[in-house]
Design a protein around this ligand. Structure first.
Ligand code: NAD
Length: 375
């Protein structure tokens, strides 16, 4: 039985998943600076007073836990992850992984040194529709993939305040220039490019027209060049006044493409050439025609009650599996670093008139020269 402590009440998203896997894992501690949030957690999870903490360091020292789920604001992620790893705990951490390039290296060094599991909680990679597209990519339905797009459109301007006061998002998200929150868009797209690596980032924005004094451009478009020469484009837009669409994606290959819905009754769709229909790439058909290709565990419905279409269940299941087997998960610290660095380098790019920034090589055991940011 893996015993888990959660810091930050957003970590509730793992509660339903864990209750659906009795005998595997249990939440044995909760921490939040905010007493109201802590009280809600205590009731929802059914914890005792002694299992609830306001101070994170106290939870690490006193609670009976093997692992920590970090669901606090982004600027807390690396300091809290390092403390947990140094205390001998496994870590699953919310997005994004870090708020500076140096933090990414500190994180990697601490994961390697501790030998503990680090899982990047990029839950969008686990959404059923994107899992299905990934299966179709693997099975060659789109041919060779050479282009992908992801958009996170979510007007978060109301979230700049927290309980009526200036919240962390005012500075660490919408107060920061560039694609500060890229991995919901990037993660599922990058999973269609096997193990290809992002080697450069170039970002542009239309300037700043919001009435709130937020420093982020109203949206940021970022081009990521991959080592293979292929291309990924992402749009992070948390300010524009328009309907939400946090899961817009496109994948283009030599035999056809996938496009997520845009709204107003649109559905997820594909257009592909097949042996029977060589010009099939000219006509849309619903992605759901291929539902039978969903990974078996999604079809079995075991995670259906958890959030994000069951995705929140499978991400926790993979974290537990990684702890049990001692093998780092697919969404490991290196992926977390590479994808998060797009945010940090995007900031440098956009503040230097769209200069192309090289991405350091975050893969394991790279020589020092490969790890430097080259301006
Ligand atoms: N994966 C997703 O779909 C998704 C969605 C929303 C948010 N997030 C991420 O989840 C994290 C939390 O976002 P949120 O919307 O819940 O933020 P929030 O501001 O609503 O909540 C943050 C909580 O953390 C607590 N907290 C802050 N500092 C703390 C500390 N040092 N020790 C203990 N508790 C502390 C606060 O009291 C608050 O309850 C962020 O990293 C965000 O990027 C991910």
């Amino acid at each position: 039985m893996i015993k888990i402590g959660i810091v930050g009440v957003r970590g509730f998203s793992v509660v339903d998943a864990i209750s659906a896997m009795p005998g595997e894992a249990q939440i044995t501690a909760m921490c939040d600076l905010d007493q109201e949030g802590l009280d809600r957690a205590k009731e929802k999870i059914g914890l005792t007073d002694s299992q609830c903490y306001r101070i994170y360091e106290d939870m690490l020292e006193q609670a009976d836990i093997d692992a920590v789920v970090i669901s606090t604001p982004m600027q807390c992620h690396v300091p809290q992850a390092i403390l947990a790893l140094q205390a001998g705990k496994h870590v699953m951490c919310e997005v994004t992984a870090a708020v500076s390039m140096d933090e990414l290296w500190w994180l990697i060094e601490n994961v390697e040194k501790s030998g503990k599991i680090y899982m990047y909680a990029e839950n969008y990679c686990y959404m059923p529709e994107l899992q299905l597209v990934r299966q179709m990519v693997k099975q060659g339905y789109f041919g060779e993939i050479y282009y992908g797009e992801g958009e996170y459109i979510h007007d978060c301007t109301d979230l700049r305040l927290w309980k009526g006061k200036t919240g962390w998002r005012t500075y660490w998200q919408m107060g920061t220039r560039g694609s500060f929150y890229p991995t919901h868009s990037l993660g599922p797209v990058m999973q269609c490019f096997d193990d290809d690596r992002i080697v450069s980032v170039t970002s542009f924005g239309p300037g700043n027209h919001n009435p709130y004094g937020l420093r982020n451009d109203d949206l940021t478009q970022t081009l990521c060049q991959l080592e293979s020469g292929k291309l990924v484009k992402i749009r992070v837009d948390t300010i524009s006044p328009r309907p939400h669409n946090m899961t817009y994606y496109q994948i283009q290959g030599t035999k056809g493409c996938y496009e997520a819905p845009r709204g107003l009754g649109d559905v997820a769709k594909i257009a592909i050439a097949t042996d029977e229909d060589p010009t099939g790439f000219q006509n849309w058909r619903p992605l759901s025609d291929f539902n039978h290709l969903l990974p078996e565990r999604y079809r079995s419905g075991e995670g259906d009650n958890a959030g994000h279409g069951g995705g929140d269940y499978y991400i926790v299941a993979d974290f537990i599996e990684a702890i049990k087997t001692g093998v780092q998960p697919e969404l490991n610290v290196y992926k977390a670093a590479e994808w998060t660095s797009v945010a940090l380098l995007s900031q440098l790019s956009i503040t230097n008139q769209g200069k192309t920034m090289e991405v350091p090589n975050f893969r394991r055991d790279m020589p020092w020269e490969e790890k430097r940011i080259k301006l």
